[in-house]
Unconditional design. Structure first.
Length: 361
């Protein structure tokens, strides 16, 4: 009888143990989530004097308010509690929408993480004053405000180290861990360790015909590789469908190189290039930056007057630093890590001192 009682008690003890573990797991999940939310950077502060225009938009409850702001000229949508819901900049197609909190990290290379409620999306038309009244915008906003479909940030992190390969219906691997480029056989170390000039069609391994009819062909040795500007073209152009030029000066759309992107008349220059070449001037402030902006650098004196690096600004990380993601030869691919130099826009690190201008596409 004692043996029987002992046997029947085991399932009961097992069940109690499982329930206890599940409860502990649930508690830890809630606790971690609360900690993560506590680290979320505050919504971008808007400090200049607005001209208020009241308007209802969409199906979310509460009254919404439109504001027109300057430097740069833009429209900001606020909720009934005054919280920023979205920002739209004149002359730009990228919009920043407030949505569910997300955490972006790259644990293989850095402890830095970005916890953000910003969702950066591409609108079908450039923003202009009063566009909130136009039907194209109402339709677009109704579809994407609150949507969890991949935005520019989600697309960008599909190419960092360890990112899984994704294939389309034709078997083309359009996402997954990317390299910067093949090793440079003539390298003497330092800034020319790997070859540049790997564009998005090299990464994909397919010919690509641009809108002007120009066709570019991939090089086999550059498969799964994108340099800094090629990475931006992969994310913004091939994935998000921003128009692409075949190369600098050929066709309209996002040019091939960082220098041509920075100097193009596309979008809105939120931090203009200033000073005399080749040194130019480091901007006095980065306060006007908005998540999703392209940030440009002058890293290598051998490039002369040309800006030679570009990245996508992400915002403030959990350590309070302004960070960006870009493809870098030192790590051999897209990263937010510090290999090759501290990858922050604040302070006096490698990239901060080389930062020169910014553009909102």
């Amino acid at each position: 009888m004692a043996t029987k009682a002992k046997r029947t008690s085991r399932p009961v003890l097992h069940a109690i143990t499982v329930v206890s573990l599940l409860a502990a797991s649930g508690y830890l999940t809630v606790a971690l989530r609360a900690e993560e939310q506590a680290k979320v950077p505050t919504v971008q502060a808007v400090t200049d004097s607005p001209e208020l225009k009241k308007a209802g938009l969409g199906d979310a409850p509460g009254e919404r308010t439109w504001e027109r702001l300057k430097n740069p000229d833009r429209s900001v949508l606020r909720g009934e509690d005054g919280r920023v819901l979205a920002t739209f900049t004149d002359g730009s197609r990228t919009a920043t929408l407030t949505g569910p909190s997300r955490t972006f990290g790259e644990p293989a290379n850095t402890r830095s993480q970005v916890v953000t409620e910003n969702w950066v999306r591409l609108m079908p038309e450039h923003w202009r004053k009063g566009a909130e009244k136009e039907q194209w915008f109402k339709d677009w906003f109704a579809e994407y405000f609150g949507s969890e479909e991949d935005d520019l940030f989600a697309l960008a992190f599909q190419y960092v180290e360890g990112a899984p390969v994704k294939e389309d219906g034709e078997g083309i691997a359009y996402a997954g861990d990317a390299q910067f480029g093949p090793l440079n056989p003539e390298s003497r170390g330092g800034a020319d360790l790997r070859l540049e000039d790997s564009d998005f069609y090299d990464y994909l391994g397919i010919p690509y015909t641009f809108r002007d009819g120009t066709t570019q062909y991939p090089e086999a040795g550059r498969a799964r590789a994108v340099d800094c500007s090629g990475y931006m073209r992969l994310v913004l152009g091939y994935r998000a469908r921003y128009p692409l030029a075949a190369k600098d000066g050929v066709g309209d759309g996002l040019p091939r190189t960082a220098d041509a992107m920075a100097r193009s008349d596309l979008g809105t220059d939120v931090i203009e290039l200033s000073g005399e070449p080749p040194l130019y001037e480091r901007p006095d402030s980065t306060s006007v930056l908005q998540p999703g902006d392209l940030v440009f650098f002058w890293l290598d004196s051998r490039t002369g007057k040309r800006l030679d690096h570009v990245g996508l600004y992400l915002g403030v990380d959990t350590d309070g630093h302004k960070v960006f993601v870009s493809s870098r030869e030192e790590l051999n691919g897209p990263t937010i890590g510090d290999k090759g130099g501290t990858a922050r826009l604040d302070g006096n690190g490698y990239y901060a001192t080389a930062f020169r201008s910014a553009k909102r596409l």
